[in-house]
Design a protein around this ligand. Structure first.
Ligand SMILES: NC(=O)c1ccc[n+]([C@@H]2O[C@H](COP(=O)([O-])OP(=O)(O)OC[C@H]3O[C@@H](n4cnc5c(N)ncnc54)[C@H](O)[C@@H]3O)[C@@H](O)[C@H]2O)c1
Length: 432
């Protein structure tokens, strides 16, 4: 507890203890609140109940403080929602197989709240959704049985802006946008949230708050697509896009750098903009930027394969029967999350092309049990012998603490999708 040792009187709850919910629970506890975490995943609840944490990027010191506080309890028992004064919902919001919003997790959580909430409870949706979800989907569920907004319960949307692994910006110091269904609902949330977060940004409605999050992630998706396209164009011209971005970012205004890569990954950027596309169609409008960005970013793994084939060709090798090692399967550096990772797609494409593929990722010992793939693989040990056996090595995620010079020295072909080898000069290196 940072600012005070006092135990505050309100009890806070979190539904969904994943990459977003668990750090949020830790912040609630740090601010001195008794906090109850709810999840349907028994394995997670068991771990937390045993004082263990499953998110590797959280510092040990913080984990110790969290459990030593005695303020946190984890449970699968949703009846305990009746002990909670404010509950934040942080459950997944994926797309279904037709690439339409799958709000089933949000709806199930809302039903659990509706059945068990304490009179006067404050409900905050934190999952990324399309504008209108809090009012159109959550409100009717919470009103079941005649409960009234701003009487029996309060309701608001406050987007999570968590960036796992970011050491500078963490849950506490990322400004927290809050939009209520009503002014009164917003005020109720702000009263508590201002004791937890460094800065609160109040907006006029839940819809504005929902749209804010979608704008942020669409902005990233579109700008990443732009540099990915420029990467292909500049490569044809023999220009290094990374050097161009380094130079462009010296402009002190009007330019924000974005970096190309092997494709988009993670729970957010590849998915969230399509929540807006779906909703926009209901208004008869197309989200052309979003569709185009999605198209460009989605074809990046194929571009990496094409560049790999061309590099192998130069060595008079074909992709079929080549041994290929993929370095880094997490969707970004230094984290243990491989959801929607382009690395998975790249492995699948290599296998389809007849290559013998292995991967190395110090943060992801195994790939299995993921929505987007049936792949089951284990990370190999990165040795000089292993590198020498490979026909090509592809760097998909540039984790730190990997000896990239050693990789180049012991490999015959290295495909670099992240500019991880920028300081190394070698004819074995191919950018993709
Ligand atoms: N991961 C990020 O970096 C990030 C950043 C900003 C926003 N978001 C958004 O936050 C939301 C959550 O993402 P996440 O990455 O934390 O997901 P996650 O998969 O890591 O965690 C979600 C948790 O919710 C649990 N859950 C599912 N249904 C439940 C239910 N009915 N009741 C209780 N628990 C339930 C799951 O078991 C899981 O533990 C998503 O909408 C996502 O778009 C994620």
């Amino acid at each position: 507890m940072e600012d005070s040792k006092e135990i505050r009187e309100k009890v806070l709850g979190i539904i969904g203890l994943g990459y977003v919910g668990l750090p949020l629970a830790m912040e609630f506890v740090r601010a001195g609140y008794k906090t109850i975490g709810f999840d349907i995943d028994v394995k997670k609840i068991d771990k937390l109940s045993n004082g263990e944490i499953y998110l590797k990027h959280i510092q040990e010191e913080r984990v110790k403080d969290f459990f030593n506080s005695g303020l946190f309890a984890a449970t699968t028992d949703f009846l305990r929602l009746n002990e909670v004064d404010l509950v934040s919902i942080c459950v997944p919001t994926p797309l279904d197989k037709y690439r339409q919003p799958d709000l089933s997790f949000v709806e199930n959580s809302a039903r659990a709240v509706a059945e068990n909430f304490k009179q006067g409870a404050i409900v905050v949706l934190e999952s990324t959704v399309y504008p209108g979800t809090t009012r159109e989907v959550l409100l009717p569920i919470l009103e079941t049985g005649g409960n009234k907004l701003d009487m029996e319960f309060y309701l608001a949307f406050s987007p999570e802006r968590e960036d796992p692994g970011n050491e500078k910006f963490t849950t506490k110091n990322i400004p927290k946008v809050v939009g209520g269904l009503t002014k009164q609902s917003r005020r109720k949330v702000v009263e508590i949230y201002k004791t937890i977060f460094d800065e609160i940004v109040e907006v006029s409605s839940a819809e504005v708050a929902e749209a804010t999050k979608i704008l942020e992630n669409t902005y990233r998706s579109v700008n990443i697509a732009l540099v990915n396209e420029l990467k292909i164009i500049f490569d044809k011209m023999g220009i290094n896009v990374w050097e161009v971005i380094e130079a462009a970012k010296t402009k002190p205004f009007g330019f924000t750098p974005f970096y190309p890569g092997p494709g988009l990954g993670g729970h957010c950027i590849p998915i969230d903009p399509f929540y807006l596309s779906w909703k926009a169609r209901k208004f008869g409008v197309n989200t052309r930027f979003i569709e185009l960005a999605g198209e460009i970013n989605t074809m990046m793994p194929e571009y990496v394969i094409m560049k790999t084939i061309s590099a192998l060709n130069r060595k008079k090798k074909s992709l079929k029967d080549s041994k290929i090692l993929v370095i880094g399967i997490a969707y970004k550096r230094n984290i243990d999350d491989s959801r929607e990772s382009p690395g998975i797609k790249i492995i699948e494409l290599l296998q389809e092309g007849g290559a013998e593929v292995s991967y190395y990722d110090p943060h992801i010992p195994q790939i299995y049990d993921m929505r987007q793939t049936d792949l089951v693989m284990s990370s190999v040990k990165l040795t000089e012998e292993l590198l020498k056996e490979q026909d090509a090595v592809i760097i998909v995620t540039a984790h730190s603490n990997i000896d990239y010079k050693n990789i180049v020295d012991n490999s015959s072909v290295v495909i670099d999708t992240r500019n991880a080898l920028s300081g190394i000069k070698s004819s074995k290196i191919f950018r993709a």
